[in-house]
Design a protein around this ligand. Structure first.
Ligand SMILES: NC(=O)c1ccc[n+]([C@@H]2O[C@H](COP(=O)([O-])OP(=O)(O)OC[C@H]3O[C@@H](n4cnc5c(N)ncnc54)[C@H](OP(=O)(O)O)[C@@H]3O)[C@@H](O)[C@H]2O)c1
Length: 283
């Protein structure tokens, strides 16, 4: 079973990365230092998370070589534009104490779901990301929270193909239409909230599988996604949970188990939909 996924530009990434949203809220950089100690080398952050400084400091203190890490950040949709996107990228690099990012994503296609100008702004941002990619400042560029109707027009104009689309995916919210579109277009689906931010950990079907395989519900949820061809970026606060969330490769769910978990009726959705959000006052 794969512990890695290969992006459409040939870059290999770990199947499990560390998701850092709200991770530093209570104890600052300590959590990031623990994630590095637990063996995570892929760190997911975003300008919006306001924790890139702590991540940069934890990395510096760890002594881990830059080339051993895979650092991912994101540009917030109100910062999509020729100057603004470059500014956001440079600010992320400065905070993370690096001169390049391994991956840079557009966080949402638009800050307001029904913004009629969303595509113009997105394309401007994307073209800056393409320039940074060609300049060698970003190793891979991608998307987050893009649905097929956002990706199709972008693919028509793009000269560099997005490598991933990071979106809410977990048992009870598998977005099958988008998932099959991404797989057809060779764009890696990546799950945010792979455990539904805790909302699906108590599902009885998941619990039975945890007993069968002597694993935890978290491990069943994460392994399910990886077996579905989805990379995961779980967030955890203790080193024990961080290690648990990476210890996924000594068991395999069967076809029928994958099918049952894929067919769980909708549950645990965050309530955030790219066509319906209004995040204009969030950044
Ligand atoms: N692109 C986007 O728009 C977007 C949106 C949301 C999230 N994300 C990214 O995705 C990452 C993960 O998503 P998320 O943080 O929303 O949700 P998540 O990873 O599904 O769930 C995190 C929650 O699960 C708990 N947990 C972690 N490991 C556990 C375990 N082994 N057993 C029991 N509980 C466990 C954590 O508790 P403790 O912290 O107390 O351990 C936390 O409350 C984020 O950190 C962020 O990097 C991206």
């Amino acid at each position: 079973m794969t512990k890695e996924f290969t992006l459409n530009n040939g870059i290999v990434i770990p199947a499990v990365g560390y998701g850092s949203y709200k991770a530093t809220d209570v104890d600052g950089k300590r959590v990031i230092s623990d994630a590095l100690r637990a063996g995570y080398r892929y760190i997911d952050t975003a300008r919006f998370y306001r924790n890139e400084d702590e991540i940069g400091e934890a990395i510096e203190e760890s002594g881990i070589k830059r080339e051993e890490l895979f650092l991912v950040s994101k540009v917030w949709p109100t910062m999509l534009g020729t100057d603004a996107t470059r500014e956001s990228f440079e600010a992320s690099c400065k905070s993370l104490k690096t001169d390049y990012l391994d991956m840079f994503l557009i966080h949402w296609p638009s800050a307001i779901g029904d913004d009629p100008d969303w595509f113009k702004k997105c394309l401007e941002g994307w073209q800056v990301m393409e320039d940074l990619y060609r300049e060698g400042r970003i190793k891979a560029i991608g998307l987050s929270n893009f649905l097929p109707h956002h990706i199709r027009p972008l693919l028509e104009e793009a000269t560099v193909r997005p490598v991933v689309d990071q979106l809410e995916l977990h048992v009870g919210y598998m977005q099958e239409y988008t998932l099959s579109y991404l797989q057809k277009e060779n764009i890696l689906p990546q799950a945010w909230s792979p455990m539904g931010r805790g909302r699906v950990l108590k599902d009885a079907r998941v619990g039975l599988l945890a007993i069968k395989y002597k694993k935890t519900p978290a491990q069943i949820l994460l392994k399910f996604l990886i077996q579905r061809g989805v990379s995961v970026i779980p967030k955890a606060s203790s080193i024990e949970r961080m290690c648990e969330n990476k210890d996924l490769f000594d068991f395999e769910l069967t076809f029928d188990e994958i099918s049952k978990l894929s067919c769980v009726p909708e549950t645990g959705w965050s309530g955030e939909h790219p066509d319906m959000i209004d995040f204009s006052d969030r950044f």
